[in-house]
Design a protein around this ligand. Structure first.
Ligand code: CP
Length: 324
């Protein structure tokens, strides 16, 4: 593996999931791999899990870690080529990425969607520009349209649950459900989860359904072969995993079309499932998107899911280090 920007960079998903599970049982088995090497973590946006789990995974592999909050700790970065830089951005990505690529063996970057210009967000300008100019592998810590380290952690969590919980079938039904929220959020987590679950479905590992209100269908390239069901109760019937997430409209780009509270996940909804488990990438607003009762029940996997972020990052960084 060179870059890890999307699922397209993964050659063997089963092996990557197994590698994450192996790292969980023996975190320091590959601590020699990163010796005398450095990873730079660049955050254009806030983070709790991604920042801490990636730092921890990198250290488990023996890497030196440098973290930079772009904009607040450093100069604002211009991403457009050929512009007159007479605004508030003092440095161009061409120089910044090239310089950081000289200090670091791997660069990992978080840069969310702006949610105003769909074409700009979906061309993934920040990841593309860093991949062009850094000269070192790039890891996506959540970009405008994808959050692949989260999706790998989600795959690890589902795989783990298949062995931990005897009621989970060999080919579980996984339902991605839209949740209500009052402000527009990016589509990245939902896009990515859908992309990765489509791959798992194609491999015969899961059945995958997406449920969302009218007007909230994800981009067709991310929906893939998933079945879209606009009746949430119907979608929940027989589900083994409910994956909750809010996202703003793709069609009416970046807009909040409804805040319908009946889309929140409650225990009554969970009781429609096949003793299903609840998943969410976190952070989550309690009782707005999902009830306390669900989050505090043994059916919630959210903490294990967040814990598995360490092992997804470790599996990816290990692959990249092996290729350096
Ligand atoms: N799930 C996730 O990416 O969490 P953070 O935004 O806290 O990193």
């Amino acid at each position: 593996m060179h870059h890890f920007i999307s699922l397209a960079d993964v050659t063997d998903l089963d092996a990557l999931i197994r590698s994450g599970l192996m790292a969980k049982t023996n975190p320091f088995a590959d601590e020699h791999l990163g010796h005398h090497k450095t990873i730079g973590l660049l955050f254009f946006n806030s983070s709790l899990r991604t920042r801490l789990s990636t730092e921890k995974a990198a250290r488990n592999l023996g890497l030196n870690v440098m973290t930079l909050n772009v904009g607040s700790d450093s100069w604002g970065l211009e991403m457009e080529d050929g512009v007159l830089m007479n605004g508030d951005k003092a440095e161009h990505v061409r120089e910044a990425a090239a310089v950081m690529g000289r200090y670091c063996d791997i660069l990992a970057i978080r840069a969310f969607a702006g949610l105003t210009d769909r074409a700009l967000d979906y061309k993934e300008q920040v990841m593309t520009q860093f991949a062009r100019f850094a000269g070192v592998p790039i890891v996506n810590l959540e970009s405008a349209t994808r959050h692949p380290l989260q999706s790998l952690a989600d795959c690890i969590t589902i795989e783990e649950a298949r062995t931990t919980y005897p009621l989970v079938p060999v080919r579980p039904k996984v339902v991605l459900t839209w949740l209500p929220h009052f402000k527009p959020l990016p589509q990245a987590v939902a896009n990515s989860f859908s992309e990765w679950m489509n791959a798992r479905a194609a491999a015969g590992k899961v059945e995958f359904v997406i449920t969302n209100p009218e007007g909230y269908d994800l981009a067709p390239e991310f929906v893939g072969n998933a079945r879209i069901e606009h009746d949430q109760n119907k979608a929940f019937e027989g589900a083994d995993f409910i994956y909750g997430k809010n996202w703003s409209s793709y069609e009416h780009y970046g807009q909040v079309l409804t805040q319908d509270p009946s889309w929140a996940v409650t225990m009554d909804k969970m009781n429609l499932t096949n003793n299903g488990h609840f998943m969410h990438c976190l952070p989550v607003r309690r009782n707005l998107k999902v009830s306390d009762e669900v989050l505090d029940s043994p059916r919630s996997l959210v903490i294990e899911q967040a814990a598995n972020r360490e092992w997804s990052a470790q599996a990816v960084l290990r692959e990249i280090l092996l290729s350096l």
